[in-house]
Design a protein around this ligand. Structure first.
Ligand code: GTP
Ligand code: MG
Length: 299
């Protein structure tokens, strides 16, 4: 090693030698790169560190791609993805539900890469992913397979037969969105609804053009996660406007663990809402909560 390296560099190198995981190693190498000596004698050493850094980064990136489908999309707690044939209106729906601005066009196979949008449902952030058409070479089943919800877009009932074979490994809840209902006559609409109902599918009729049923669609998506919203509250204050998201049938104890990480002891808990017999009911730790309950803790 060349002489006159800085103490910062020495530290980074120590960290590198002591690191146990590849992630730690990469972080240490990054620090070494930043703090390594810049003089001429250190040139070989710099090249060596750079190569090690690049190789390790590539290795980690490959690993991430395998586990999460695609780089750039990190799965959030609540994720839904848009699945459908080309031109069914996936990108139009992403744009109706979220702040994202995807390219929308009557030209087939416009979307070539996943695009992420965030839907705000009364304070709950839901990740919606617009996908390339299911029959396109760019479709990546990795994301579909791990999504909590599949929003399946169709323009006619027979589209389902073309789509379903791609989804055999997808375990998420399926919501069928029959899109473009602005193009249907009253009669066609009634028939469509009756057929979908007879197939016992979880479905909704929608139009990105008129935004008909948009509130119902948002609610259906939220319900599809099988989660409940719990609004916590401090004594004598208003309830928090951003809910804590919990699995269905969670108890007071579960919520306390999620927000306080069992660091504090709960002296008292009171509930106002669908699970309480009356407002401000004092309840025990095993009390089972329901969607939209307000919970006040005294610690
Ligand atoms: N009338 C009507 N047209 C719609 C509706 N939704 C989408 N469209 C039109 O359908 C065409 C395709 O819409 P996109 O949102 O780009 O469809 P996509 O599924 O993302 O298509 P690709 O990414 O190309 O596979 C566009 O011309 C949209 O304007 C709707 O509800 N009603
Ligand atoms: Mg598209």
């Amino acid at each position: 090693m060349p002489s006159n390296v800085s103490p910062e560099y020495m530290n980074a190198e120590k960290k590198y030698l002591a690191s146990k995981t590849d992630d730690e190693k990469l972080e240490a190498l990054e620090e070494m790169l930043k703090t390594m000596p810049q003089h001429k004698a250190g040139e070989a050493m710099r090249a060596n560190i750079r190569t090690r850094y690049k190789k390790l980064r590539e290795k980690l990136e490959k690993k991430k791609q395998k586990s999460s489908g695609k780089p750039g999309i990190k799965k959030s707690e609540l994720q839904a993805c848009l699945i459908g044939l080309t031109n069914s209106g996936k990108s139009s729906i992403l744009s109706s539900l979220t702040n994202a601005k995807p390219e929308i066009s009557e030209i087939k196979f416009t979307t070539k890469k996943e695009m992420l949008g965030t839907m705000d449902y009364s304070g709950v952030k839901i990740q919606i992913i617009d996908m390339p058409a299911i029959e396109s070479e760019y479709f990546d089943s990795g994301i579909a397979n791990i999504s909590d919800i599949l929003l399946i877009l169709i323009e006619k009932i027979s589209d389902l037969d073309k789509i379903m074979p791609f989804l055999v490994k997808a375990s998420g809840n399926k919501i069928i969105i029959f899109n473009k209902i602005d193009l249907l006559s009253e009669n066609e609409r009634r028939k469509t609804e009756a057929t979908l109902r007879s197939k016992k599918l979880n479905f909704i009729l929608f139009s990105s053009k008129t935004l008909e049923n948009i509130q119902e669609l948002k609610e259906k998506i939220f319900l599809g996660f099988n989660k409940i919203r719990i609004y916590t509250k401090e004594p004598h204050k208003q309830a928090d406007s951003i809910p804590v998201i919990m699995p269905q049938n969670s108890t007071i104890k579960d919520v306390a663990e999620k927000i306080f990480h069992s660091r504090v002891k709960i002296k008292e808990a009171r509930v106002t809402g669908p699970s309480s017999k009356f407002p401000n009911q004092e309840v025990g730790l095993s009390h089972i909560l329901r969607d939209k309950d307000i919970v006040e803790f005294k610690t």
